[in-house]
Design a protein around this ligand. Sequence first.
Ligand SMILES: Cc1cc2nc3c(=O)[nH]c(=O)nc-3n(C[C@H](O)[C@H](O)[C@H](O)COP(=O)(O)OP(=O)(O)OC[C@H]3O[C@@H](n4cnc5c(N)ncnc54)[C@H](O)[C@@H]3O)c2cc1C
Length: 384
Amino acid sequence: MNPVVTISGGGIIGNYISLRLNQNSIESVVIEKSKNKISANKNIRTVTLNPYSKKLLDDVGIKIPYAKIKKINVFDGEGTGSIDFSSDEINEENLSFVVYFNDLEDALKRNVLKTTFFETEIKNFKENNNDRCEITLSNDKPINSIFLAGCDGRNSNVAKLASLKPVTSNYEQTAITFTASANLKNPYTAYQIFSERGIFAIMPLPSSTDQSFYTIVWSVDNMQIEEQSIEDFIKENISYFEKKLKANIKVNSDILSFSLSNHHFENYVIGSLVLIGDAAHSIHPLAGQGINLGFADADAFCEEITNAYQAKINIDKHLVLKRYEIRRKNMNLLMLKSMDFFVNLFKSNNLYIKLLRNFGLSRVNKTQFLKKFFINHASGKNKI
Ligand SMILES: Cc1cc2nc3c(=O)[nH]c(=O)nc-3n(C[C@H](O)[C@H](O)[C@H](O)COP(=O)(O)OP(=O)(O)OC[C@H]3O[C@@H](n4cnc5c(N)ncnc54)[C@H](O)[C@@H]3O)c2cc1C
């Protein structure tokens, strides 16, 4: 087998890349370690797509239900600072779109089934004299490929095989996520509250009929759930957010939880190997940007490969990969550092920092240029 690109990891990002390359007649295969099954889990976990990621999916023909967000209201639960973002400010119809994680993963998977090898992983790989990458799979089958794309998530197998060492830090926090019914007044609006009881985000859920269902992503310090169950923590603390939002919130799903850490690599590229999406970097979910950074990576990677192939000249694959790395690494690092800044700012109980963040949020809200900078960044409009 001699595909142009071998992709380790058939998650959202790996499958999107495979679908887009195949549509451009660039052969790719996906190596996925899990079984071939459409998600058995109920739809609980969601991801928020920015308009640019949504457009990328539209362009490859992926259609799934989504909920529109036109306004985001962020406020400090302990103080008076607040900031509003509206789609009008960036001349877009919507700020973002909430989709079920499983819907998106399954829709992409269905489109690349024929070129995916399930229950398989890459055992080893090495460069050969013809500037190609010789890959051996766990079933000992060989693949000879030009590029090897690592899309295998935050504990990337291929990064480990290449002995790449990530820079990591642990937030000592857990993200709790579930769905709920709520009687919030404003349609198409997401709310985010920073407080000592955690960072609480509530966003509309995709539904054709009912506007009263929401997804909640709530990041809490691990200390707060050490001595009680997550269920008890929610029961004890949700009334605080109900008061802040002047609404009743009723949990109506199982509760999922994920421990939170971030990581990134100093280099995304070594030889034929290139890291993309969560394999290259992972961030705190507070701004719902993880998958959007992955889509921006995937877009830059596909664009560089497609441009090189369409030019029909000898391909300098190292140049192609280096261009991808230059386009994406610093943008991703900027987002990662910004998220760290916000997590630490709102963790602090220091009185001066509390005053500063109240002042800061309100100030940014009044400063159009700063607001535009934040929104454009989050919406995917700031693209290299
Ligand atoms: C609670 C929570 C909420 C979030 N909310 C948002 C949000 O609102 N918006 C947003 O943008 N992001 C969000 N994220 C982040 C987002 O989910 C991730 O950024 C995204 O799933 C990464 O996609 P990926 O395809 O790069 O990696 P993954 O989803 O990790 O996929 C990796 C794939 O590789 C496979 N794999 C792993 N190891 C191997 C191996 N050895 N060989 C072969 N295959 C392998 C896995 O089975 C999987 O299919 C959230 C994350 C959390 C934890």
